[in-house]
Design a protein around this ligand. Sequence first.
Ligand SMILES: *Cc1c(COP(=O)(O)O)cnc(C)c1O
Length: 388
Amino acid sequence: MTEPLVSRMRAFGTTIFAEMSALALRTGSINLGQGFPDTDGPAAMLEEAVRAIRSGANQYPPGSGVPELRQAVSEHRAARYGLDYAADGEVLVTVGATEAIAAAILALCEPGDEVIAFEPYYDSYAASIALAQARLSAVTLRPVEGRFTFDPDELRAAVTPRTRAILVNSPHNPTGTVFTREELTVIAELCRERGLVAITDEVYEHLTFDGVEHVPLATLPGMRERTVMISSAGKTFSVTGWKTGWVCAPAELVRAVSTVKQFLTFTASAPWQLAVAHGLRHESAWVAELRGGLQDKRDRLMEGLAAAGFAVLRPAGTYFVQTDIRPLGFTDGLELTRRLPELAGVVAIPTQVFYDHPERGRHFVRFAFCKKEEVIDEAVARLKRLSG
Ligand SMILES: *Cc1c(COP(=O)(O)O)cnc(C)c1O
């Protein structure tokens, strides 16, 4: 039989996460590759999910999401960011941020349209853009004084008459950059001048460190009306398996995204939605504690990686730390991460897989720190073999 997969998806084989997680399992390595926490979310929120199932929330909820969650999202956006979104009409619940991103791109982009994204980028972006038969135009983030940022001129030059949207992920996976108000202002000006829609991926909105503040792009002048703001519960409440996300946008944009979303999944699972509504309303102290704990883990891992000989870039947010492997005498992160289980019993992710221009990320390797202290300590002890 000839290759059954449609040509536009052939570049998307198994993800690096599958390869590296299998490698970790096979070799008994510590997995600092995939970014999921090894501890549970807030106990009362987990109980809410159980209660929801026991009390009969087991049939299709409304396509836009259960009213309790839409209301909780609306209140949460208003209280935290001063952004008003009507629970009825301007909030849409999705199967994680991933579905929200896919539905937004499929709803807003014609074949041949261009979508700008900052590379290295989250792997679902390119696949969603390919499904829409649109084209991804990558603007590269590069380290400047220890943090990844973009060149405003490069960003401006990437906009063409075919550019429809810009995908903005901040706090940014996999670099840990949290865009500053100045950086966001450059993006916002461009969106307004060139009539672009902004699709924002804010799944790490609560996970920022050192007092750095997450600024939603939609809060900048003229941006609410042209922004599809996306977030989800997975990272905020350490429940990545719940796949409960949401879109906030003006009614016209929400209608467009809903039109596609209804035929992807129709609706998201009911019990998690009720539990996440509880989380948004009552678990902000738990989230603050998570953030503080993650900052300590970040520092622990950074210190250990530096002691092992890596050049370490300090992330201001997310679960991830980027390292430059050249001080250890390596030049190719893919080659190093494939050998790392045998060299040190640790699994990490080669950052180059998140680029359209892999050579620009060849010497970076990503480690996740959303793991228990003892796991981080053991990984660090093992990594010291590299320089030993
Ligand atoms: C984890 C992650 C997602 C996916 O979120 P879900 O709610 O699990 O679909 C999207 N974007 C980024 C940058 C992520 O790290």
